[in-house]
Design a protein around this ligand. Structure first.
Ligand SMILES: NC(=O)c1ccc[n+]([C@@H]2O[C@H](COP(=O)([O-])OP(=O)(O)OC[C@H]3O[C@@H](n4cnc5c(N)ncnc54)[C@H](O)[C@@H]3O)[C@@H](O)[C@H]2O)c1
Length: 346
C-alpha cells in the first residue's frame, strides 16, 4: 500500500534519535539535504545533547520521546540508538504517525520485524532500514561487474568485517556487523539465502559471541561466507565474489581502488572422452582492472532516498521487506551457532 503523501512543496522535518558515535554523521548529512531540515536531536545523555547544540546551532534538543512527539515540527525520525532499542522506538514512532529510517537491524527477531512492517503499512508511513552499503558506489559498481555475461556463473561470495571493536553491550558481533554483509550478498545475488550454518566464539569471555564464521546457502549451490570479529587488530571491510569468468573485490577501506576486477576464472568444459566423469577445465586469463567510481557519500545517498520516498511516494532502493530477509538470516545464523554449526533453514 502506498503511504500518505507529504504536502507538496514542504520540506520534510526530521528528528534524529541517538547522538552517540554514529548519530553525528546523520546530523551532518541531514543538514545538507535539499528537501529536508533537521529540527531536533533527541538523546538520553545531556553531554551528547550539549555537543549536538554546539555543532548545530539551529537545532533543538530533547532527552525523551514524549517531548519529541509533543512537537509539531517533526514529520520523520532517524533512529541511531543501540540495536536492542530499535524495535520499541520504531513502534512508538509509527504509532505517533511519523515516517522512520532506523539503523540496522530493525528488530532482533523475525516476528518483531514483521509486526513493524505491518504497522507501517496500516499507518501509511515510510519504514526504511539503514543498509548503508546498498548506497555505496563501490557495492553498486560490484553489482554492475557481476552481470551474467561478464561474470559468468556465480560460484561463491566471501565477506570479512573485522576490527578491534567497537564492542557492543546489547547484541553480539553477528547482529552488529553481519547485517551489512547479508544485505550486500542479497543485493548482489537478488535473492535471500535458503539456509545458514555458523560457529561463534567468545574469545573475550563475555556473554556475547565476539567472533563468528557464518556460511549461507543460496540457490544453485552458491555459497556465501561471512567472517565478523570485534577482536582482530586488522580492520578489514572486504567482499569478494568469484564467478566462472571473473573475480570482483570490494574493499571499502581502499579509496583509490574500491573495486578490483580480475578478468580470470576457471570453468568446467566438455567431459573428457573415456574419463570417469571428469571435465576439461577451461581457464580464462586476463587483466586486473579497477573501474572508476563516481565519488558520493553512502549515508547521504541513503538519506536522500528516504526523503524522496516520503516526498514522492516512490519505493526505496531496498524495496519492500528487504530488511525482513536480513533479520530472518541473522536469526538462522544465531540458531545455528547454538547448534554448533548445524544448518538451519532461513
Ligand atoms: N550503517 C553503519 O555503517 C553504522 C555504523 C555505526 C553504527 N551503526 C548503527 O547505529 C546505531 C548506533 O550506533 P552507535 O555506535 O552510535 O551507538 P552509541 O552507543 O555510540 O550511541 C547511541 C546513542 O543513543 C542514545 N540512546 C540510547 N537509547 C536512547 C533512547 N531511548 N532515546 C534517545 N537516545 C537514546 C545513547 O545515549 C547514545 O548517545 C547502532 O544500531 C549501530 O549498529 C551503523
Amino acid at each position: 500500500m502506498p503511504h500518505d503523501r507529504h504536502p507538496a512543496g514542504q520540506r520534510v522535518r526530521l528528528a534524529l534519535v541517538g547522538f552517540g558515535s554514529w548519530g553525528p554523521n546523520y546530523a551532518r548529512v541531514l543538514n545538507e539535504l535539499p528537501d529536508a531540515q533537521l529540527t531536533v536531536v533527541c538523546d538520553r545523555r545531556p553531554d551528547r545533547l550539549a555537543l549536538a547544540r554546539d555543532r548545530h546551532r539551529a537545532v533543538s534538543t530533547c532527552d525523551n520521546l514524549d517531548d519529541l512527539f509533543a512537537r509539531d515540527d517533526v514529520d520523520a525520525l532517524v533512529i541511531a540508538t543501540p540495536a536492542s532499542t530499535h524495535e520499541e522506538l520504531v513502534r512508538i514512532a509509527l504509532h505517533n504517525g511519523r515516517h522512520v529510517l532506523v539503523e540496522k537491524p530493525m528488530a532482533l527477531n523475525v516476528d518483531g520485524c514483521n509486526a513493524l512492517y505491518d504497522l507501517a503499512e496500516s499507518a501509511g508511513r515510510v519504514l526504511m532500514v539503514g543498509y548503508t552499503f546498498l548506497y555505496n558506489g563501490g557495492v553498486r559498481k560490484m553489482k554492475e561487474c557481476m552481470r551474467p555475461d561478464e561474470f559468468g556463473r556465480p560460484y561463491y561470495l566471501h565477506a570479512t568485517r573485522t576490527n578491534l571493536g567497537p564492542i557492543r553491550q546489547d547484541v553480539n558481533a553477528v547482529w552488529d556487523l553481519a547485517p551489512h554483509d547479508i544485505a550486500i550478498f542479497n543485493y548482489l545475488l537478488d535473492e535471500q539465502p535458503l539456509w545458514a550454518s555458523a560457529i561463534g566464539t567468545r574469545v573475550l569471555r563475555t556473554t556475547r559471541d565476539d567472533v563468528a564464521f557464518a556460511t549461507l546457502g543460496y540457490s544453485s549451490d552458491v555459497v556465501g561466507n561471512i567472517h565478523v570479529s570485534w577482536t582482530d587488530p586488522d580492520k578489514v571491510r572486504e567482499v569478494v565474489a568469484v564467478g566462472s569468468r571473473r573475480r570482483v573485490v570490494f574493499n571499502d577501506l581502499n579509496d583509490g581502488e574500491r573495486v578490483r576486477v580480475f578478468e580470470r576464472g576457471v570453468s568446467a568444459g566438455e567431459a573428457i572422452v573415456d574419463s570417469y566423469g571428469e571435465f576439461k577445465l577451461l581457464v580464462r586469463d586476463g587483466d586486473i582492472v579497477s573501474p572508476k567510481i563516481e565519488p558520493s557519500e553512502p549515508l547521504k545517498n541513503q538519506c536522500l532516498d528516504f526523503v524522496a520516498s516520503i516526498v514522492t511516494g516512490r519505493p526505496q532502493l531496498a524495496k519492500g521487506r528487504f530488511g525482513l530477509g536480513v533479520v530472518r538470516t541473522l536469526a538462522a545464523i544465531e540458531a545455528s551457532m547454538r547448534l554448533r554449526g548445524a544448518a538451519v533453514e532461513v
